[in-house]
Design a protein around this ligand. Structure first.
Ligand code: NAP
Length: 329
């Protein structure tokens, strides 16, 4: 029986120390299933949080052991090839254990990509675009011309938000934590770029011509939450969607009491659970359309094979990356 590699997590700890690569038989597809060979998969921050045991709360914490890999791209190599032809590239999401040489998926769940798609870009094409699209709907009704501010703007999520803000006529201020990150966005980002710091609210107003933001999009927490919140109009919302600093979000009391600023959490599974199946289908179509367009580009810093997954996790956790770390075939 042919064997393949699969990435497993049995315990929590430093990701590179707790990750394991095991050999298991290549799965056999059933009558309406496809055998898909993985081409590429990103090491997203959520994966690092899962290995560290910091992802989820109560029942949403992943149970162990678990198979790693939440998003990627692969190629149909067997199974129901009368339904989806051999060689077809597929976007993969929501299939447990994508960090494997092969996965089996139901043919009805195949998200078919164009033959000539850039597979590395496609591997990053669902989690963040979906999160951006849903988050922008979840908190305040935004109109063209409205101002939005985000931190960690050089992330994959941040770059997608920048592209979508451009399409929707939103004014966006992209906040990053270093000059190197600001330089990386210069000339690429549609929105203005600012470096986080105590004077962020003043510099933000200079960049927007004095207009406050209706929405602040926060992946960081800690003091960064407070600085973004000081960029908001009365009744504005901070959407906290990431845990990057690992610190509790700070929010000044007067901002909340007198200025009516609210802090709301965003998490894709919760946002999706409030939507009808046809809305989710539209979301997938919108994400795939974005991926096929020129608007979507996330730099890749490095690629690793599955055997080197520990090094890939170590690399993905480093500060100042210039792009995603991918696992590739
Ligand atoms: N809630 C949800 O449902 C949901 C869905 C999708 C994504 N997310 C979250 O979105 C965030 C971005 O994900 P991604 O895939 O786009 O990430 P990514 O491309 O891997 O980039 C990570 C980014 O985080 C920045 N960063 C890390 N620690 C930071 C800190 N302490 N302060 C400021 N910036 C920091 C890095 O900046 P440097 O370059 O300066 O190191 C880099 O820009 C993550 O927190 C992820 O969990 C949440």
């Amino acid at each position: 029986m042919p064997l393949m590699r699969q990435v497993v997590q049995r315990r929590t700890g430093r990701p590179a120390e707790v990750v394991e690569v095991v050999e298991v038989p290549v799965p056999t597809p059933g009558p309406d299933e496809l055998l898909v060979q993985l081409d590429a998969a990103p090491v997203n921050p959520a994966e690092l949080l899962m290995f560290e045991g910091r992802y989820g709360y109560g029942p949403s914490r992943p149970s162990l052991p678990r198979l790693a890999g939440i998003e990627g791209v692969g190629t149909v190599v067997g199974g129901a090839t009368d339904r989806v032809a051999e060689g077809t590239p597929l976007a993969l999401l929501g299939i447990p254990g994508l960090w494997s040489d092969y996965v089996v998926i139901p043919a009805r769940r195949a998200l078919v990509l164009p033959e000539d798609i850039d597979r590395q870009q496609a591997s990053m094409g669902l989690v963040n675009p979906q999160a951006v699209l849903l988050l922008l709907e979840d908190h305040v009704g935004l109109e063209p011309g409205d101002v939005v501010v985000q931190n960690a703007a050089n992330s994959a999520f941040g770059r997608v938000l920048d592209a979508i803000a451009r399409r929707r006529g939103l004014t966006l201020v992209n906040v990053v934590r270093s000059q190197a990150a600001a330089d990386a966005l210069a000339g690429v980002a549609h929105g203005a770029v600012a470096i986080d710091g105590p004077d962020l609210p003043e510099r933000f107003l200079e960049l927007t011509g004095g207009r406050p933001a209706r929405l602040a999009v926060d992946a960081v927490g800690g003091g960064s939450t407070n600085r973004l919140a000081h960029c908001l109009a009365t009744g504005g919302v901070v959407s906290l969607y990431g845990l990057l600093s690992g610190r509790p979000a700070v929010l000044d009391l007067d901002l909340v009491v007198f200025h009516g600023v609210r802090l709301e959490g965003y998490w894709t599974p919760r946002s999706m659970s409030r939507r009808r199946p046809e809305e989710i289908r539209t979301l997938f179509q919108e994400s795939l359309e974005l991926l096929r367009s020129e608007a979507f580009h996330v730099p890749v810093e490095a690629t690793y094979g599955l055997d080197d997954v520990a090094a890939a996790l170590e690399h993905a956790a480093q500060e100042g990356r210039r792009g995603k770390v991918l696992l590739t075939r």
